[in-house]
Design a protein around this ligand. Structure first.
Ligand SMILES: [Zn+2]
Length: 188
């Protein structure tokens, strides 16, 4: 069998799937859960920060997803999205529910004890309290807004006191693309 025949036989096998082995560029669990958090963030109406969170149990099953938004019944169109306004009542700060809070409250399991929360930004002190009280034992964040800010320093202090592990996820790739036409392409 010469090289040309061998090559054509190999490509035939590839086309029929006979020699196909496992894909190698699949995303791992951590990328998957962080990407779910980022996908959820795309639902956010906040013009400045879109943050998502994804809670996962010890069996790698997702038990809660959330993103930052106004409370139920508080219209996205009527409540303010501005920050640092002369009157605090005109600022989003007093109203917006953060992604972590929503993910915990949206849980589809009895509780989130010993779960891991994946979140785009390191949690603020208010979310840290809710994370600790809910029993979540691990926080995986992608970015943080500076440790010098008291609300993030307070989160660290509380996590360390409560034994909640936290670490930064460093992505292996810059982006993960979703293509809705991929299921009908020739990759199947
Ligand atoms: Zn928060």
């Amino acid at each position: 069998m010469d090289l040309v025949e061998l090559t054509s036989e190999m490509s035939l096998k590839e086309n029929t799937g006979a020699t196909k082995t496992k894909r190698e560029d699949y995303i791992d669990w951590k990328e998957y859960f962080m990407a779910i958090a980022f996908l959820a963030a795309k639902r956010s109406k906040d013009p400045c920060y879109q943050v998502g969170a994804c809670i996962v149990n010890k069996e790698n099953k997702i038990v809660g997803i959330g993103y930052n938004g106004m409370p139920i019944g508080c219209s996205d169109d009527e409540f303010p999205w501005a920050k640092n306004t002369p009157s605090p009542l005109d600022s989003k700060t007093l109203y917006v529910c953060h992604a972590e809070m929503n993910a915990i409250l949206n849980k589809n399991s009895a509780d989130v004890k010993n779960c891991t929360i994946y979140v785009g930004l390191f949690p603020c002190n208010e979310c840290a309290k809710i994370i600790i009280q809910s029993g979540i034992s691990e926080v995986v964040y992608l970015a943080h807004k500076g440790w010098d800010k008291p609300k993030y320093a307070a989160s660290k202090i509380m996590f360390e006191a409560a034994g909640v592990k936290y670490w930064q996820f460093i992505p292996k790739r810059e982006k993960i693309e979703i293509c809705f036409t991929s299921v009908t392409s020739n990759s199947l």
